[in-house]
Design a protein around this ligand. Structure first.
Ligand code: BJW
Length: 242
């Protein structure tokens, strides 16, 4: 299955797109310590290597705010049901675009994290002395911008920004997971690639496909069954019916 920000919405983690998403409006004019404040910014102001080059402090402020928000969140029923499926069935694999760790905290097995983790950092200069990524769960982080403990250069969040390649191992594991009999796409706008392409791959493989989402997405017309509803309720009902 492929999951996106909608799976964490009921936990209080803001989605990116949609009416309540982080990138849904440019009109709010409050300080960026609230969702409304951050809505002034576009994806290209915050989630690209160019944005980080231009203003690392702004980008880090956004990530520090998201880390603080997410640290206060707990996995919801959608995470719990998905985790239970992976515990019961080792063939059930979860490919997530989410960087929030809530699938991990729910106990999900066989998890592929396509876009990295908000709780990991890497050296912006990719210095030879530092590991590829390292864990840093401090909330708040040292202001304004954390540095590489090995070379003193800027550290960056170990997430995948627009225009950056995904980890080849994660892409391979996701492609492997898409070679399945049943493929679910849950709580994702299905608008970001290559993540969205795994549904196409599953269809080519002959999988039965289903979507669970509050709204219609580009995936809705492609799947065998599109269920419109909140993931935490739909998954709970499916689990209760077993
Ligand atoms: C609920 C709900 C509830 C709410 N229940 N549902 C092919 C075609 C076109 C473009 C491209 C292409 N291939 C590559 C591109 C370019 C680009 C791309 O996809 N652009 C599109 C936007 C057009 N892709 C890339 O740049 C990727 N890199 C790449 O391809 O590199 C190639 C390369 C090769 C070699 C050298 C160099 C480069 C990288 C993409 C990285 C995406 N990064 C982000 C930020 C991650 C870090 C962070 O979080 O800060 O990932 S962007 C953002 O979008 C984040 C998400 O993981 C991702 C997907 O969002 P998601 O999860 O779908 O959330 P939303 O908000 O969009 O949707 C939420 C949904 O939930 C909605 O539908 C709601 O209705 C629903 N919902 N509540 C059920 N309770």
């Amino acid at each position: 299955m492929l999951t996106g920000a909608g799976v964490s919405a009921a936990s209080g983690v803001p989605t990116f797109r949609g009416p309540h998403g982080l990138w849904s409006s440019t009109s709010a004019q409050t300080t960026p310590s609230t969702v409304e404040g951050w809505r002034r910014y576009r994806a290209t102001d915050l989630a690209t290597p160019d944005a980080f080059t231009r203003d690392p402090a702004l980008v880090w402020e956004w990530y520090a705010w998201r880390r603080a928000t997410i640290a206060a969140c707990r996995p919801n029923r959608a995470h719990e049901v998905i985790a239970a499926w992976t515990m019961r069935n080792p063939q059930c694999r979860v490919v997530t675009q989410n960087v929030d760790d809530l699938h991990v905290r729910a106990g999900t097995q066989c998890l592929v994290r396509l876009h990295g983790s908000l709780w990991e950092l890497s050296c912006w200069q990719r210095c030879a002395a530092s590991p590829r990524t390292w864990r840093d769960e401090r909330v708040p982080l040292p202001a304004p911008v954390p540095t590489c403990p090995h070379c003193g250069a800027l550290a960056r969040p170990a997430v995948v920004w627009f225009g950056e390649p995904l980890d080849p191992g994660a892409v391979e594991a996701a492609a492997d997971a898409a070679a399945c009999d049943v493929f679910l796409t849950i709580g994702t706008s299905a608008s970001v690639y290559p993540a969205a392409s795994f549904l196409h791959a599953a269809r080519r493989h002959g999988a039965f496909t289903a979507e669970i989402n509050l709204e219609t997405t580009p995936a809705s017309s492609m799947v065998d069954v599109a269920i419109q509803g909140p993931a935490e309720e739909v998954l709970d009902a499916i689990e209760a019916a077993r």
